[in-house]
Design a binder for this molecule. Structure first.
Ligand code: ATP
Length: 230
């Protein structure tokens, strides 16, 4: 469904991604792991169309995304849950979800389905988003992305700054997302969490691929070497 071929991305002269290649098959979950500064968020920005690639190709359902701007990628079926959630603080939870439905595609997700899959969101539906806890905001950000009925959902650092019990609650929505047939690319610093939810894993270190393979068959030692580069 998603093919990334020899992608490079730069901030000025600095190379943030160096010849990254990966594939995500339909209905699979790929976890991209790596330490601070590895290039994970940069990769998601390139996929969402928020940043140009300086070399290489990204194809979605066989079509190049080269000339497809960010807003048209949502319509094409790619939704990003950005790092830091970026909710509208002065809108209610329900209104934040409706913002996500702006470019709605046909599919299983609507307000009722989001409330059912994300109890954290349902309980707070009439609150202002700015008044929610970090975990609740993260759940709303995921719900907002689902409202567009994406075929490919990009999740950036869902667990960042959240307590372990809250991370568990937020990730409880993933089986429902997979059951809806959605393909998922999740970026995580929390390796254990990433391996628990993913079919495939891709590790980045300083903008380069250091490991790629089925999440169930990579050893802890391999992951540690790839993550820290030792
Ligand atoms: P983190 O977990 O800290 O977000 P990451 O793996 O997502 O890390 P990126 O944010 O993609 O990493 O950063 C990759 C590299 O690009 C780093 O060296 C970072 O310093 C650099 N970088 C990121 N954003 C910018 C920017 N806006 N301008 C210049 N350099 C940047």
């Amino acid at each position: 469904m998603l093919e990334v071929r020899d992608v490079e991305a730069r901030y000025g002269d600095a190379l943030a991604l160096s010849r990254i290649s990966l594939e995500v098959a339909e209905q699979q979950t790929l976890a991209v792991i790596g330490a601070n500064g590895a290039g994970k968020s940069t990769l998601l920005r390139c996929l969402a169309g928020l940043m140009p690639v300086s070399a290489g190709q990204i194809r979605f359902r066989g079509e190049s995304l080269d000339r497809v701007p960010a807003h048209r990628r949502v319509a094409a079926g790619i939704s990003l849950v950005p790092e830091g959630r970026r909710l509208f603080a002065s809108l209610t939870v329900t209104d934040n979800l409706l913002v996500g439905a702006h470019q709605r595609r046909p599919g299983p997700w609507d307000l009722d389905a989001v409330f059912e899959a994300l109890p954290l969101v349902a309980q707070r539906r009439d609150r202002y988003a700015g008044a929610l806890s970090g975990g609740e905001q993260q759940a709303v950000a995921i719900g907002r992305a689902l409202m567009a009925n994406p075929e490919l959902l990009l999740l950036d650092e869902v667990s960042l700054g959240l307590a372990p019990v809250v991370i568990k609650q937020v990730y409880e929505v993933l089986p429902a997302i997979k059951a809806a047939g959605t393909t998922v690319l999740v970026v995580e610093q929390d390796v254990r969490q990433a391996l628990a939810v993913a079919d495939e894993v891709h590790c980045l270190l300083e903008g380069r691929t250091t490991l790629t393979g089925p999440a169930g068959s990579v050893s802890q030692e391999e992951v540690a070497r790839a993550y820290f580069g030792v």
